[in-house]
Design a protein around this ligand. Sequence first.
Ligand code: GKR
Ligand code: MG
Length: 423
Amino acid sequence: MTRIREITVTPVAFRDPPLLNAAGVHEPWALRSVVEVVTDDGLSGLGESYGDASHLDRLRAAAEALTGADAGHHHDLYARVAASVGTGVFTDQHGLTGAGSNGKTVDSVFAPFEVACLDLVGKATGRRVADLLGGPVRDAVPYSAYLFYKWAGHPDAPEDRFGAALDPDGIVAQARLLVGEYGFRSLKLKGGVFPPDEEIAAVRALTDAFPGLPLRIDPNAAWTPETSVRVGTELAGALEYLEDPAPGIEGMAEVAAKVPMPLATNMAVVTHAHLPPAIAHRAIGVLLLDHHYWGGLLKSAQVAALCATFGIGLSMHSNSHLGISLAAMTHLAAATPNLDHSCDTHTPWLTVRDGQDVIAPGALAFAGGAVPLPPGPGLGVELDRDALAVLHEQYERCGVRRRDDTAYMRRFHPGFAPARARW
Ligand code: GKR
Ligand code: MG
């Protein structure tokens, strides 16, 4: 197989609306990194990851360590990345994807290179990434409408096209917009923003407005186990799952034993070491896979197989992302037989302004709330170099160097405290 000649890591920034969560509020710019791996026979592959400065440093160090390696030898690639990371630990400022650890850091640094190598191996062999993951079991991947409480616009900017969503009516209006535009057939409400009774009212309003559509709420561990049990009991029959109501494996286990619906997580179980205790304590019924921190697509597929063994359902987690990630998520989801819930995606929030992606338009489009598997080869998406240059220039100018929802919220509400289990 073909050797890695060069790797480019390009930080980019794109416009993001003021989406509210338990940690604070999204800043006007979201950061990502675009990874391009080029081999000595001229093939190239794409990956995408976080754009926080310390993560970028680790990506660059890993890129150096990977130069000269065989792009098809994943175990060797992983060992090289692990050596370059050493004992380092990346902890994101917002904390919405659980605790940092060395294992999770290595997995997160490795992931975009692994995706890029699968992309280029797919291109070399004329196969889609989903084919390299065992072959697709579905032609299109269903995503859910990811609803957020939000301000009408950033405080120093005009109202955006989504407008405000600060109460049940606002959330229902937002759901109508996203379902109308994308055809989503399930709904997810980002909670942990208002006192639980207000969020229960929003769930009830969504159930009334969209009868029969699967619905979940995710307060990012903003509730105590006691509050979580009360909310879960009140919402019996209304939710397909309750996502990260309370912090930690023990807290989740306590809630799971008392509520009627399964609990899902992308906070309590975020690395391999968390799986044995979570399984032993029956803490979760659904795992939200995320290849960005579960070590790429092949390792995520292995985690999916483990979940099948232990009777844990699967969904997919998302952070603000661009089209390379959406393509990778779609290939993974298409090739995961036991993925039994619609995936999350932040994609609709990209459309605050046009021309915000780094991939050439046309490869990925939603139909009936699902993204058809791109025909490939590889990921089936191409880098739009002009767009990449524009988004990189935005990164250079925007001044944001790591995601910090809390600091941004405190600029407008100085007393804001993002305490875990706030209610
Ligand atoms: O974008 O504000 C957000 C989300 O809250 C995100 O950061 C979370 O990691 O979507 C995520 C989740 O499901 O917890
Ligand atoms: Mg979540």
